[in-house]
Ligand binder design. Structure first.
Ligand code: GTP
Ligand code: MG
Length: 268
């Protein structure tokens, strides 16, 4: 069985990433009610027993740790993750953050923070890779509009190519809407796109405007009682209902769609 490592960069990358982890756990709990640490679970999680160390597949679930590295140059989102319901999935060393963010500036993320955090990021990715028997894929999640996601995100992509050339790099890139608040987002997107074309094996482009439209349509159908059998009320496509994260945040419904997309392409 192969394993994958998720690298989530910037606010958007981390918020989408958290919806993904929430959804993976819910789906797994649904199909594996005995709480067995099986091969499907091992593709994204390690199972760690405090006394015995890593537990091999076939045993009971003790403490799951996500195969992930979380990077954001602002503390806010990572701080929330460390205090939120998913906190036990990550040890603090898996989280890499600074204080002030990249100020929506691609170059600050790519060049300034890239150079400063290069070693720390490589170290954490290497540690995560050492815990894998057969590392197949990196899943990078980031936004194209923000400075950290686009700048540092694409720096990390190149880093992964340099350090692990044989491991496939699949990137989920969230594109800004035409009315995006971030004035520099078109520039950040173009600069990041060049890096994607050079260093990614596969890009899953996600358009924020389409996400807004889909969420709006589903909510309209729900309000007018027109939800049919295709989409049920509170289904996982847009809703976190039944998940470990109880309070829905502004981007959650949109991020659930992206998390579903990722879950569907990684399902065994
Ligand atoms: N779909 C979605 N888009 C988001 C989310 N958070 C931010 N965005 C979009 O991402 C872009 C801004 O990027 P961010 O990820 O917030 O920025 P960042 O990577 O943290 O970079 P800096 O804040 O500049 O350091 C804008 O286009 C936002 O609309 C999210 O959770 N989901
Ligand atoms: Mg930010």
């Amino acid at each position: 069985m192969t394993q994958s490592i998720v690298v989530q960069v910037g606010q958007c990358g981390n918020q989408v990433g958290c919806r993904f982890w929430d959804l993976v756990l819910r789906e797994h709990a649904h199909v594996n009610q005995m709480g067995v640490y099986d091969e499907a679970l091992s593709s994204f999680f390690r199972n760690v027993d405090q006394r015995r160390g890593a537990v091999s597949t076939g045993g009971r679930i003790t403490a799951l740790k996500a195969r992930a590295v979380l990077v954001d140059m602002e503390e806010g989102v990572l701080g929330e993750i460390l205090q939120g319901p998913l906190r036990s999935l990550f040890s603090s060393t898996q989280l890499i953050s600074d204080v002030s963010g990249s100020g929506n500036n691609w170059a600050v993320g790519h060049h300034t923070y890239g150079l400063v955090y290069r070693e720390q990021i490589v170290d954490q990715v290497r540690k995560a890779a050492e815990h894998c028997d057969c590392l197949q894929c990196f899943f990078l999640i980031h936004s194209m509009g923000g400075g950290t996601g686009s700048g540092l995100g694409t720096f990390v992509l190149k880093l992964l190519e340099d350090e692990f050339p044989e491991v496939c790099r699949i990137v989920t890139s969230v594109y800004p809407t035409a009315e995006d608040d971030v004035i520099t987002s078109p520039y950040n997107s173009v600069l990041a796109m060049k890096e994607l074309t050079e260093h990614a094996d596969c890009v899953l482009p996600v358009d924020n405007q389409s996400l807004v439209d889909i969420v709006g349509k589903i909510q309209h159908m729900s309000n007018t009682g027109k939800l049919g059998c295709a989409i049920k009320k509170d289904c996982t496509i847009i809703s976190g209902q039944g998940g470990v994260v109880k309070v829905e945040k502004p981007f959650d419904a949109m991020n659930n769609i992206v998390a579903n997309l990722l879950l569907n392409i990684t399902r065994y």
